[in-house]
Design a protein around this ligand. Structure first.
Ligand code: PEP
Ligand code: MN
Length: 344
C-alpha cells in the first residue's frame, strides 16, 4: 500500500472516531432531555424541532453534502435515539415470550356473531387444549352488503369470554379510530391482509402498543413480496413494539383464474422468512384454502416446514357461520394438530 493511501486512511479513521465521539455526546444530552421531558409529562417527540434541525443543517452543508444525505443521516439519528429510549422503558410482553418459545394454535370463528356463539366455541376450544381465541369484530368484507361484524359489542363479547375461559383473545383492527372502542382489552392485535400496507395504521399500532409490547399479528398482503412484508413489519417495530408475529395467509397468483383455492398457499415463504427474520412465523390455512376440506392438510404441511404456529377458523356449526362458512372447521378436527405440536 503506498504512503499517500495510508495517510488518507489515517485521516479518515481519526474523523470517524471524532464523529462517533460527538454522536455519543449528542446521545448523552438527548437522553437527559428525554428524561426531563418525561418527568414533566411532556411529549418525547417534537417533529417540528426535528424538521428545523434538518433544514438548518441542510443549509449549513449546502456546499458539501446533498440535502437528501443530511436528511437520511438525521432521520437515523432521531429514530435510533427514540427507539433506544423506548427499549430502556418497556416491559417485555410475557405473552410474546411464550409465543416465541412454544408452537401454538389460534382458533375461533371468522367473526364474533353473538355471545352464545363465541361462548360455545370458546368452551369447546378450551376443552381440546387451545388457549388463543380469535374472533373478528370489524370485518373487512369484500362486499359492503356482507355481515360487517358486531364492532364494539363484539369486542366486549370476545374479551369477556376469553377471560371467562382463561384464554387469550385475538381480533383484527381495521382503523386506528377503533382502538378506544375496546382493543385495549384484546390480548393480541391483528392487522389483516388488506391493511398490511396501510403504513399509518401500522405506525399508530406500533406506537400505542410500544409501552406494553402487546403482540401484533401482521398478515401478509395477498399481493406482497417477502421484502415488502418484512418492511411493513418494520413500520410497527420502528415505533417501539418488537412483539410482531408474521402470518402467511396465501397470495393471489394466476392459479386463482380457475383453481378451487381462494389464494395460493404461500408455504414456501415459511422457509424464506425463517431464514430472514427471528420473528415468529405463523400460517393461516383457512383463508388460503377457502375450503374446510383442505385446511388440516395445509396446516400439517406448514408445521412440517417449520411454522411457529397456526391460525385456523373454527365454528360449532360451520354451515351457519355468518362469514367464511365454507372454510370453517369443526373444533374437533384440530385435535391431530394439537397432538402434533405438543410432541414437537
Ligand atoms: C381474518 O383472519 O379474519 C382475515 C380477514 O384474514 P385476512 O386478513 O388474511 O384476509
Ligand atoms: Mn375469515
Amino acid at each position: 500500500m503506498n504512503k499517500e493511501i495510508n495517510l488518507d486512511r489515517d485521516k479518515i479513521d481519526k474523523i470517524d472516531k471524532a464523529i462517533i465521539e460527538l454522536l455519543g455526546e449528542r446521545k448523552r444530552i438527548t437522553d437527559e432531555l428525554i428524561s426531563s421531558k418525561k418527568e414533566q409529562n411532556l411529549p418525547v417527540e417534537d417533529l417540528q424541532r426535528e424538521n428545523n434541525i434538518v433544514s438548518n443543517l441542510q443549509l449549513f452543508a449546502k456546499n458539501t453534502l446533498s440535502p437528501e444525505l443530511v436528511k437520511d443521516i438525521y432521520s437515523s439519528i432521531f429514530r435510533y435515539n427514540k427507539i433506544n429510549f423506548l427499549n430502556q422503558n418497556i416491559q417485555k410482553s410475557e405473552l410474546f415470550e411464550y409465543l416465541k418459545s412454544n408452537k401454538f394454535i389460534i382458533s375461533g370463528p371468522c367473526a364474533v356473531e353473538s355471545l352464545e356463539q363465541i361462548d360455545s366455541i370458546a368452551n369447546k376450544l378450551k376443552n381440546i387444549g387451545i388457549n388463543l381465541l380469535r374472533g373478528g369484530c370489524f370485518k373487512p368484507r369484500t362486499s359492503p352488503d356482507s355481515f360487517q361484524g358486531l364492532g364494539t359489542v363484539g369486542l366486549e363479547y370476545l374479551s369477556k369470554t376469553a377471560k371467562k375461559y382463561s384464554l387469550y383473545s385475538v381480533s383484527e383492527i381495521t382503523s386506528f379510530y377503533q382502538w378506544e372502542m375496546g382493543f385495549e382489552n384484546i390480548d393480541i392485535i391483528q392487522i389483516g391482509s388488506r391493511n398490511a400496507m396501510n403504513f399509518e395504521l401500522l405506525k399508530s399500532i406500533g406506537k400505542i402498543t410500544a409501552s406494553t409490547q402487546k403482540p401484533v399479528i401482521l398478515k401478509r398482503g395477498f399481493w406482497m413480496t417477502i421484502s415488502e412484508f418484512l418492511s411493513a413489519a418494520n413500520y410497527i417495530i420502528n415505533e417501539g413494539n418488537k412483539s410482531v408475529i408474521l402470518c402467511l395467509r396465501g397470495i393471489r397468483t394466476f392459479e386463482q383464474i380457475n383453481s378451487e383455492f381462494r389464494f395460493t398457499p404461500d408455504l414456501a415463504s415459511i422457509l424464506e422468512l425463517k431464514a430472514k427474520t427471528d420473528l415468529p412465523i405463523i400460517f393461516d390455512p383457512s383463508h388460503s384454502a377457502g375450503d374446510s376440506k383442505y385446511v388440516i392438510q395445509l396446516a400439517e404441511a406448514a408445521l412440517e416446514l417449520g411454522a411457529d404456529g397456526l391460525t385456523i377458523e373454527s365454528h360449532c356449526s360451520p354451515e351457519c357461520a355468518l362469514s367464511d362458512a365454507k372454510q370453517c372447521v369443526f373444533p374437533d378436527s384440530l385435535i391431530p394438530l394439537i397432538e402434533k405440536i405438543s410432541k414437537d
